[in-house]
Design a protein around this ligand. Structure first.
Ligand SMILES: [Zn+2]
Length: 222
């Protein structure tokens, strides 16, 4: 086991917990691609809370366990992670949680639309798609995820289950996980006030353009 990879997974798991975009029991898994190899490091513990190096496994992208332990419950969802690495060489981190508000939408079969600007700015201008239900991690569930995800989209709701995020780095994946949860929470609160309103498509494009202009200008100092 490579200590640096293990440390990166432990740090990512701690950041997911600190982000708050996770259910109270801390259930979820984080994986990181091993650069230059067809492998990932994967959290095989049942919760991200109290994760230790013993709760991390090294797994080939064909699903073969290379090092560590893989209990049945966690082993069942390995394919959901490996599929994201196989499909997009840019993906460096996959994150799965049952963050409560996003999961509420997944359970209600309600995709998250572009209700807040941050979704448009971080690769989700058309909102977060919903993958149809299949037993967790099954070939059917993975096929449903692949059917729902379009190129460049970094998140998908898993019907009757939770949310899956995949991005270049753990920082970006965890950030998107927080944005998705924030949009989902705002949507549920807005339902008491007449319901959430989608940002018009041309303004979503304008929001992204404006953010990119400020990004290109860098940090301004007085
Ligand atoms: Zn799950």
């Amino acid at each position: 086991m490579d200590k640096s990879m293990v440390d990166q997974v432990l740090a990512a798991a701690a950041s997911v917990l600190a982000s708050g975009a996770i259910s109270a029991n801390g259930h979820g898994n984080v994986s990181l691609r091993v650069p230059g190899a067809e492998e990932m490091y994967f959290t095989s513990a049942s919760s991200l809370k109290g994760l230790t190096p013993d709760g991390i496994a090294r797994v080939a992208l064909d699903g073969t366990l290379l090092e560590g332990n893989l209990p049945p419950i966690q082993g069942a969802v390995v394919d959901m992670h490996t599929a994201m690495y196989q499909d997009d060489p840019q993906v460096g981190c996959v994150l799965h949680t049952h963050s409560p508000y996003a999961t509420a939408h997944a359970v209600a079969h309600q995709p998250i639309d572009c209700w807040i600007e941050a979704l448009a700015m971080f690769g989700l201008p058309d909102g977060v798609p919903l993958a149809a239900y299949g037993p967790r991690g099954s070939a059917q569930a993975v096929a449903n995820i692949r059917r729902a995800v379009r190129p460049g989209v970094p998140a998908v709701l898993l019907a009757n289950h939770g949310v899956l995020i995949f991005h270049r780095t753990p920082e970006l994946a965890i950030f998107v996980g927080g944005v998705v949860e924030e949009a989902a929470q705002a949507s549920l609160n807005a339902r008491a006030l007449g319901g959430p309103v989608v940002i018009p498509a041309e303004l979503r494009a304008a929001a992204l353009q404006r953010a990119m202009t400020f990004e290109a200008a860098g940090v301004r100092t007085a």
